[in-house]
Design a binder for this molecule. Sequence first.
Ligand code: AMP
Length: 383
Amino acid sequence: MTATRVLVLNSGSSSVKYQLIDMADGSRPAAGIVEHIGERGGVADHAEALGVVADELAARGLGLDSPELAAVGHRVVHGGTRFTEPTLVDDAVLAAVEELVPLAPLHNPANITGIRVARALRPDLPQVAVFDTAFHSTVPEHAYRYAIDRETADAHQVRRYGFHGTSHAYVSRATAGLLGKDPAEVNVIVLHLGNGASASAVRGGRCVETSMGLTPLEGLVMGTRSGDVDPAVVFHLTRTGGMSVDDVDALLNKRSGLLGLCGDNDMREIGRRMAEGDESAQLAFDVYVHRLRKYVGAYTAVLGRVDAIAFTAGVGENSPAVREAATRGLEALGIELDGVRNAVRASSARLVSAKSSKVAVAVVPTDEEQEIARQTYALVTGR
Ligand code: AMP
């Protein structure tokens, strides 16, 4: 029997998501999530969560020992400068991913546990790490370098890395497909608007700019993260606001963004409140959209020629209001939305721009699991 299935594991800070994808026919025989890791009522830790995943699969006859399984593909958030491609995991790779923990203290430890447990359960099976930073490794130095003292920056690996790379890779390629073109022929701005949010500029299939930085905090306004702020905000809050660095870290990552502005981080709830005339919900929406528009303008200048803007992830795929507000009045940039198409709810990739629009505006559902499985399978089969 040929092994054509890939188990994709996404071990987040408090959850483990899994999908079993069959690369022969694109089917997904199993998918699930173990949530509330380390919380009351949930499993104790990631090791236990992975055990639950293994048991759920085994109960359906799809266990880790199944001969159809070709590999496990793991999402790993931070690959630093070392990992720019999907990588077969061995002890040295695991040690190197461990060394990157200071750069991604919230994410890499969970990813590492996921890999360790999966390896222990099925030692002979190839385990592949697919890095969230990898797609951004083509961003040129003038875009990834912060304008701070070079020696200090280099000594501490301070630079922009970018995240959500698997999504930006998948969506930019799918957008080219939607236009009936080869990715090498098109320039795309991808707006990944989920609870975390990031933008990227992709020229001919290669990423040339992205909005997240050293960590996922930089850039767009997100569900709970501030995105861009003057770094002096940190000095001010520690020096005169009496906050510790950890307090400010928690403020900017967990109590800012839409949540900090209006008390809700879910765009659906914000929409409902706006319809009732709620001013703080309206302000949160306006701040969110204003930032998005600034990035669309900036990335238009970075690319020079834009063929498509692709909206993806929870908000990008499901909020006509955000898409409309983000592109309104941009005819001078060649961007024209079709109001009727934009309002249609659908789950497939589609164009929402007017026929006369020079820039195609697309809604492209992201599929990080599919992309991780594709890269994993390509690596282990040499295809
Ligand atoms: P993600 O991180 O991609 O799963 O996106 C999650 C976010 O998508 C939620 O926090 C919501 O703000 C947003 N979202 C999901 N469904 C909708 C919807 N129907 N309309 C507007 N926003 C939505």
